[in-house]
Design a protein around this ligand. Structure first.
Ligand SMILES: NC(=O)c1ccc[n+]([C@@H]2O[C@H](COP(=O)([O-])OP(=O)(O)OC[C@H]3O[C@@H](n4cnc5c(N)ncnc54)[C@H](O)[C@@H]3O)[C@@H](O)[C@H]2O)c1
Length: 285
């Protein structure tokens, strides 16, 4: 029987994980506290898969079959039969701990509980459950259907069996995995912090415009996206929370200090692509 994956949080990452899981023949239960988000998320998956069909990356049949494998769930208790549950809600330790406490009660004792956190302590999230051995970090990257890497994060009490199963499933989803230690930001987000932080500092010092910073980084550095384009794609709210979290967890290491420019953008609701406005404007003309 096909393995079933429950996804909690149907935003940017939850939608992306549901997309690749369904295409790779997993049954998917997609849940969010906001029903409208689930509806939009399935619409987005539909749109992205259609683009893949147009580019001959998948067939029309692959798309149709994949879409039938995604079940919209409005009650978290309906995730009780899943073999793996991947959490992709806000980057907030309290929200995640409360959720894992609940998932621990709902799920079968063999179910793996994974968090897609970008920076938070998997050990702390796991300690909200009675079975920390089955809790693991599975850190996917955005956009999930294009980015090949998944960081598999071993919390202090994560069992070897859980690591093996999470790694095997990530590979069945077509991903390359690396196993990393449970530290703030793991590898990729730790390395990426100065990229965003320095770009925001240069902007704050009026050295040049954000468009120019993006252009220079792409042209002379060979990056696919500039830092401001990337922050808009990730979501300034998510990106700011991740920086805040790494700054707090490293006991206020000055290199990771969050930016006031980005804080104000979050306060103004300028999240980036998902809110149609960020450093750039994405509203249709
Ligand atoms: N955006 C990225 O580029 C990126 C990349 C890798 C990892 N992450 C991580 O993935 C997680 C989700 O990020 P995102 O960008 O998808 O965020 P998002 O804001 O797009 O989506 C979060 C979703 O969680 C839902 N939610 C909030 N509380 C909930 C709860 N208690 N139960 C169920 N649903 C709930 C919200 O309604 C929202 O739809 C975060 O931990 C983030 O750090 C994000």
């Amino acid at each position: 029987m096909a393995i079933s994956i429950g996804i909690v949080g149907a935003g940017t990452m939850g939608a992306g994980i549901a997309h690749i899981a369904a295409l790779n023949k997993f049954n998917v239960s997609l849940y969010d506290i906001n029903e409208e988000v689930i509806r939009r998320s399935v619409e987005k998956i539909n749109y992205e898969m259609k683009r893949s069909v147009d580019k001959n990356k998948i067939s029309d049949d692959d798309m149709k079959m994949a879409l039938t494998r995604i079940k919209k769930r409005t009650n978290i208790n309906d995730l009780d039969t899943c073999d793996l549950i991947i959490e992709a809600v806000l980057e907030d330790i309290k929200v995640k701990r409360d959720l894992f406490k609940k998932l621990d009660q709902i799920a079968h004792h063999t179910t793996i509980l994974a968090t897609n956190t970008s920076s938070l302590s998997v050990t702390s999230i796991a300690s909200a459950t009675k079975h920390p051995g089955r809790v693991v970090g599975m850190h996917f990257f955005n956009p999930v259907h294009q980015m090949k890497l998944v960081e598999i994060v071993k919390g202090t009490l994560t069992s070897d069996e859980t690591i093996r199963s999470a790694t095997a499933i990530a590979e069945q989803l077509g991903k390359k995995t690396i196993q990393v230690k449970d530290t703030p930001g793991f590898v990729v987000n730790r390395v990426a912090r100065p990229f965003y932080g320095e770009a925001l500092k240069i902007l704050g010092e009026n050295v040049t415009s954000l468009e120019e910073i993006d252009r220079i980084v792409k042209k002379s550095g060979g990056f696919k996206m500039g830092p401001f384009e990337l922050m808009d794609m990730i979501g300034n709210d998510v990106n700011f929370s991740v920086t805040e979290s790494i700054y707090e967890q490293t006991f206020h290491e000055p290199r990771f200090r969050p930016s006031q420019i980005q804080q104000q953008m979050v306060e103004a609701g300028l999240f980036g692509k998902k809110s149609k406005k960020g450093f750039y404007n994405y509203e249709e003309k």
